[in-house]
Write a protein that binds this ligand. Structure first.
Ligand code: PRP
Ligand code: MG
Length: 237
């Protein structure tokens, strides 16, 4: 696994000019929608154009002049925070499990974006856990190669990974793999594509994540942001 270099090695070498501003990375898509009401409660709500519309901008001011939001893919939230490009982020537990970055500290579960990582297969095939015990290998389509390898390795099965970034529900019907490992929320995407969930690997919610170096070098700013998330979360529940 290639872990990005920690913040103290990259900040000066690439000449970032944030004037002491904190960069908060938010994942675009479903989690961004779910986290938006909470962001208002933190006093760090990003400018409205962050939430959609036609803007091609990726970096937005927030209600707090000391905090900017960047809107990136969910997997990239972890990479931006691990590298120190962003000091704070909101990230699904699925992404944290997949990368396992030592530079990331994940102190606060927001309880939003709840779903699970599961194994699914064609609905018309029987699922027999005893049969799995006889397998030595299996092809699996997923955007989570590390999680998938670990899950099957723990069962003595070597998973051959077909690494896709979306639409893995197509893989079994098009002959790419026997199984998929993906997020399941309502289950309607699996159903619509002739698949069924057969094993749950992990429950997933979104967490506030922090770069460990930033926590040491800018403790007051980071603590303030964490306590604003805690306050907003308490007020919303
Ligand atoms: C996610 C996930 C599943 C679907 C699960 O895909 O990869 O396909 O949502 O939700 P459901 O159980 O409620 O149907 P998403 O639409 O976020 O897009 P992507 O796979 O292209 O990232
Ligand atoms: Mg999908």
């Amino acid at each position: 696994m290639n872990h990005p270099r920690p913040a103290h090695q990259t900040e000066t070498s690439f000449g970032t000019e944030d004037n002491g501003r904190i960069v908060l990375a938010l994942p675009k898509g479903r989690i961004l929608k779910a986290v938006s009401p909470l962001m208002s409660g933190t006093g760090m709500a990003p400018a409205p154009e962050c939430l959609g519309g036609d803007s091609r901008k990726l970096r937005f001011p927030t209600q707090d002049p000391q905090v900017d939001v960047v809107r990136v893919r969910s997997f990239d939230v972890a990479t931006f925070v691990a590298s120190g490009g962003a000091q704070v982020g909101v990230c699904g537990a699925d992404v944290l499990m997949e990368f396992d970055y030592p530079e990331i500290y994940a102190p606060l579960d927001l309880g939003i974006g709840a779903c699970r990582i599961s194994v699914a297969q064609p609905a018309h095939l029987p699922h027999d856990p005893q049969e799995w015990k006889r397998w030595s290998e299996v092809r699996v389509a997923t955007k989570y190669p590390a999680i998938t390898r670990r899950f099957f390795a723990a069962r003595g099965i070597n998973a051959t990974i077909v690494h896709l970034h979306g639409a893995m529900e197509l893989a079994p019907m098009l002959g790419l793999s026997r199984l998929i490992v993906d997020l399941v929320d309502t289950g309607s995407t699996l159903k619509a594509n002739g698949l069924k969930e057969v094993e749950t690997i992990a429950q997933v919610t979104s967490r506030v994540i922090v770069n460990r170096t930033a926590l040491k070098t800018r403790p007051e700013q980071i603590d303030r942001i964490l306590s604003r998330f805690r306050t907003a979360l308490a007020a919303s529940s």
